[in-house]
Ligand binder design. Structure first.
Ligand SMILES: NC(=O)c1ccc[n+]([C@@H]2O[C@H](COP(=O)([O-])OP(=O)(O)OC[C@H]3O[C@@H](n4cnc5c(N)ncnc54)[C@H](O)[C@@H]3O)[C@@H](O)[C@H]2O)c1
Length: 249
């Protein structure tokens, strides 16, 4: 019997934003495959361990979702990491890895899933979790900022190519989100500067936010869920900016 539940693959499902998206979609009745470096039995659905800086890893992500669900309606390209360094010292292997996970993996996932997205009964969806750094730069983040700007270009292109087949593509662009990635930066900076974590949060991390709070992972997941609605389908080829006023300046 054909699977009547809509099916998604979500990368970077082992932590932070990816985990919140898996939980939200599952709660909304979706079949969801989570993909991260290691498989994860705590997810509500199946998971796959794969290195998404490789072509095989991205191919396996799409193929495994199709094996489990027999259809694929949504790709959420979310996996990523940060590397902070002045450009003159920027490690070239870290550059390659950043571009690999933040830009090439979304491209490969879209390419390998494209025929399935075209066949999705309610219209295929592609969502990249980009960043405010898709729109604005910060010093010492050359690889991350370049890749995030690039993924916005990819999303615009996918939206134009997919429109005739009912496929939408959207880049969600958050400011700072309370995830292990950011919590580690807060703890490290507090230790390095000999100041409290609250002061690091206010005086360092939240400097670009006009509204002085972190975004919660569940808020990003809420936006991804909204994009799956009929109204959400008009947000194609564009960034959805949720950056606490960062890029309003
Ligand atoms: N946290 C923020 O403030 C923030 C803000 C804007 C955008 N983002 C973006 O959101 C996404 C998720 O970030 P997060 O904060 O939840 O980070 P996180 O570190 O909590 O989770 C990222 C996940 O990606 C996985 N991953 C990394 N490299 C991988 C690889 N090669 N193969 C498979 N999986 C891999 C990690 O194992 C991890 O589980 C990233 O693309 C990040 O750039 C985060």
């Amino acid at each position: 019997m054909e699977n009547e539940q809509r099916a998604a693959v979500v990368t970077g499902s082992g932590s932070g934003i990816g985990r919140a998206i898996v939980d939200r979609l599952h709660g909304d009745g979706w079949s969801v495959l989570g993909v991260d470096l290691k498989s994860d039995e705590t997810l509500p659905g199946p998971s796959l361990g794969a290195d998404l800086t490789t072509r095989e890893g991205n191919r396996a992500a799409v193929d495994t979702a199709l094996e489990h669900f027999g259809r694929l309606d949504l790709v959420v390209a979310n996996a990523g990491f940060q590397h902070v360094s002045p450009v003159a010292d920027f490690d070239e292997d870290r550059w390659d890895a950043l571009l690999g996970i933040l830009l090439t993996s979304p491209f490969l996932l879209a390419k390998y899933a494209w025929e399935s997205l075209r066949a999705a009964p309610e219209g295929g969806r592609f969502v990249a979790i980009a960043s405010a750094h898709a729109l604005a730069a910060s010093p010492f983040k050359a690889g991350y900022v370049s890749a995030k700007h690039g993924v916005l270009g990819l999303v615009k292109t996918l939206a134009l190519e997919g429109a005739a087949d009912g496929i939408t593509a959207t880049a969600v662009c958050p400011g700072y989100v309370r995830t292990p990635l950011v919590e580690k930066q807060i703890a490290d900076q507090a230790r390095a500067h000999g100041i409290s974590e609250d002061r690091v949060l206010e005086e360092v991390i939240l400097t670009p936010h006009a509204s002085k709070r972190l975004i919660e992972p569940s808020e990003v997941a809420d936006v991804v869920a909204f994009l799956q609605t009929r109204a959400g389908s008009s947000f194609t080829g564009s960034p959805v900016i949720m950056d606490m006023g960062w890029t309003a300046r």
